[in-house]
Design a protein around this ligand. Structure first.
Ligand code: UFG
Length: 329
């Protein structure tokens, strides 16, 4: 199939492009390289462009005529979204409307959308299924929920079909160490822990130790980025076959506490880095674990890397490679 991938030079997008390429799909990546990298695009052609530029987007879609569009390009930092909401509504909502416009203009009907568990806010259920009401608590989550609403409305009014995948905590890197997360200011727990192990930070803060969880720290459902990439391919197959729009959680269905992740990071790296207990970070739900029954039963998805130490090991190997690369002139 011919697939247009926005944000395909970024962390998650580049892993999906790799999986699409390995499965013989024809790909154009549309990315402004604001956080992505040209070296991360292992398959297909990279078109450097901004989603704000509707006429560029239209030309690319018109020339390529993709069977489907996968949309990863977005701003993704929760804290930044609180400080700069306009940026999030512009990049995540307005730019998605430009993309949907360009698709509509060219009669492209199939869409895979990167949504997030952030749409749930602080759910009152331990295992979150897709029917849990959406109560996002920050502009990032709100922007993702808004686009889901837009997609639902457009799909009801036209023949657009879409799958929105709600990602839980995506982590790890390509097991062949060719690509991985490469933001300089990454704030995610596993990346921060590994950068602390490498000496980039003097200590790792545990944000909150008084949560109502067994060890007092927050629990998250960490999913390996390659398993997430496979979910995209299966979701695309499902969409093309059934022509039915849907929304599916992407996670393993069980979680680890911050303390458990820290212990695993120390074990994998062999480095006893410094950890401090710090106050809670605003807006963190105590526990966020996916009920991924829908993804499994509807697409046949079966995770390959449901193993926290493996996730951390692939991320660690990638961090070591990144550091080596940055040291080179
Ligand atoms: N944490 C620490 N110390 C750190 C970093 C994180 O204790 O240095 C804790 C957080 O407080 C949280 C847990 O580790 O309890 C996980 O935090 P992350 O920042 O790694 O991930 P989040 O769960 O906050 O965010 C993820 C995605 C977001 C998405 C959100 C949905 O990265 O894109 O889940 O809730 F919006």
């Amino acid at each position: 199939m011919k697939i247009l991938v926005t944000g395909g030079a970024g962390y998650i997008g580049s892993h999906v492009v790799n999986t699409l390429g390995e499965n013989g799909h024809d790909i154009i990546v549309f990315d402004n390289l604001s956080t992505g990298h040209d070296w991360a695009v292992l398959y297909g052609k990279l078109e450097v462009g901004n989603l704000e530029d509707g006429s560029h987007l239209n030309d690319v879609i018109n020339a390529f005529r993709p069977d489907a569009v996968m949309h990863f390009a977005a701003s993704i930092q929760v804290e930044e979204s609180v400080r700069e909401p306009l940026k999030y509504y512009r990049n995540n909502v307005a730019n998605t409307l430009n993309l949907l416009d360009a698709m509509d203009h060219n009669g492209i009907r199939n869409f895979i959308y990167s949504s997030s568990a952030a749409v749930y806010g602080i759910p009152d259920k331990l295992l979150v299924d897709e029917a849990v009401p959406l109560h996002p608590i920050n502009p990032y989550g709100a922007s993702k929920a808004m686009v889901e609403t837009v997609l639902g409305d457009i799909a009801r009014a036209s023949d657009l079909r879409y799958i929105a995948l709600r990602y839980f905590n995506v982590a790890g890197a390509d097991p062949k160490t060719r690509i991985g997360q490469a933001y300089l200011d990454a704030t995610h727990l596993i990346t921060r822990a590994l950068k602390t192990a490498q000496g980039d930070f003097t200590k790792l803060s545990i944000f909150g130790t008084d949560y109502p969880t067994p060890d007092g720290t927050c629990i998250r459902d960490y999913i390996h980025v390659v398993d997430l990439a496979n979910a995209h391919l299966l979701a695309l197959d499902y969409l093309m076959e059934t022509k039915k729009s849907d929304i599916m959680n992407c996670g393993y269905g069980h979680g680890f506490s911050v303390r458990e992740v820290v212990a695993a990071a120390k074990k994998v790296t062999g480095i006893n880095f410094t950890v401090e207990e710090a106050p809670r970070r605003a807006g963190d739900p105590p526990q966020l674990v996916a009920d991924s029954t829908k993804l499994r039963s509807m697409t046949g998805w079966q995770p390959l890397y449901d193993d926290l130490e493996f996730i951390i090991r692939t991320a660690w190997e990638w961090e070591l490679k990144l550091k080596q690369r940055r040291r080179q002139p």
